[in-house]
Design a protein around this ligand. Structure first.
Ligand code: NAI
Ligand code: MG
Length: 329
């Protein structure tokens, strides 16, 4: 029995979580769910976007499944706070093409490992007399930790190359620290090829020659941007899952946000949420159930009969979920 905290959040978050739970009923795993709130609706109810109780529940569970939240300017970011409080220092974002999804490339399989606790998302921002300043915090410790994580991930998953992405030519000190940490750590992994690229060129190569990448390791903001770019290569934000991993906790969420433009229409693509649950099962060591769930989704994508509009279909979220579930029964 695994203790799972569920944080549906706002917008399409509750919709994709509902679809996932319906599908998980047909999976052969004992999951003990606890609901917790975060985000804007939570703020209206409790006065906090991320109540202490939610953080505590997430800390005490084997894994957390997070839908998406709407971030309102001036409010504390629920997901960034959770990542920090649980010290989920590694954000893994696989960019993989699945047939049937209008991908720009049919055989893409790369992974972005994003530093998740510092960089420009450190939350240190203040107004000045004529504008505002944000502090970009890069430490040796966090840089080494995330680079080590990326090389170990490459080793475990039989990948050949790790590329560090940075802008050390301009951000000489901060990204200098990151790049140096990367090459220090690379010495411990002689079998894996290591290279580095500037973020601007990498953003272009990700579109023109994505096959050149295998595992990417990068700082917080660059990882956020490049993973949405990656999503664009493989069928859009409805397709890309993520894992936030720390030494004691793990949280799984789609890369997308609350999608206010389609909220309430019940047409959100549940795939990214389902693939996040697949990552959770792999993390928990339940690899055979993970493959079953992934294959059920792949079958439905390949058949192209029950797809949401972002994938070129006309099905509702729950119609697609129903079809995926039927493959598991
Ligand atoms: P978004 O990811 O919510 O939406 C961008 C585009 O992708 C929209 O056109 C949306 O309809 C589409 N999309 C996203 N998920 C989809 C799905 N499952 N199925 C089909 N189409 C999907 O990003 P946006 O619009 O920039 O942000 C909306 C809100 O979400 C903001 O308040 C933002 O702060 C928040 N956000 C929250 C995140 C989180 O909870 N981790 C991550 C990113 C944004
Ligand atoms: Mg993002």
């Amino acid at each position: 029995m695994y203790k799972i905290t569920l944080i549906p959040g706002d917008g399409v978050g509750p919709e994709v979580i509902q679809a996932l739970l319906y599908i998980l009923e047909a999976v052969d795993l004992k999951l003990d769910y606890t609901m917790a709130c975060a985000g804007n609706a939570c703020f209206q109810d409790t006065g906090s976007t991320i109540p202490d109780e939610t953080i505590l529940k997430a800390k005490r569970s084997d894994a957390t499944l997070f839908g998406a939240v709407t971030t309102v300017p001036g409010q504390k970011s629920a997901i960034i706070t959770l990542r920090k409080e649980l010290d989920l220092y590694a954000n893994i974002r696989p960019v993989k093409s699945y047939l049937g999804t209008n991908c720009l490339y049919n055989d893409l399989d790369l992974v972005i490992v994003r530093e998740n606790t510092e960089g420009l998302y450190s939350g240190i921002e203040e107004y000045t007399s004529d504008g505002a300043t944000a502090l970009r915090v890069i430490t040796n410790d966090a840089s080494e930790k995330i680079c080590k994580f990326a090389f170990e991930y490459a080793e475990k998953n039989d990948r050949k190359k790790v590329t560090a992405i940075h802008k050390a030519n301009v951000l000489k000190k901060t990204d200098g620290i990151f790049k140096d940490a990367f090459y220090r750590i690379s010495n411990d992994f002689p079998k894996i090829h290591s290279e580095d690229k500037y973020v601007d060129a990498a953003a272009m190569f990700l579109i023109t020659k994505p096959d050149n990448f295998d595992v990417i390791v990068t700082t917080n903001l660059f990882g956020d941007i490049l993973s949405d770019e990656g999503a664009g290569l493989v069928g859009g934000l409805g397709m890309v899952p993520s894992a936030n991993i720390g030494d004691n906790n793990a949280l799984f969420e789609p890369v997308h946000g609350s999608a206010p433009d389609i909220t309430g229409l019940r047409i959100s693509n549940p795939s990214a949420m389902i693939l996040s649950a697949v990552m959770m099962m792999d993390h928990l060591g339940e690899t055979s159930e993970a493959r079953k769930l992934e294959n059920a989704l792949l079958d439905v994508l390949n058949e192209r009969k029950f797809l949401t509009p972002d994938l070129g279909g006309s099905s509702k979220t729950m119609e697609m979920a129903e079809e995926i579930r039927s493959k598991l029964i």
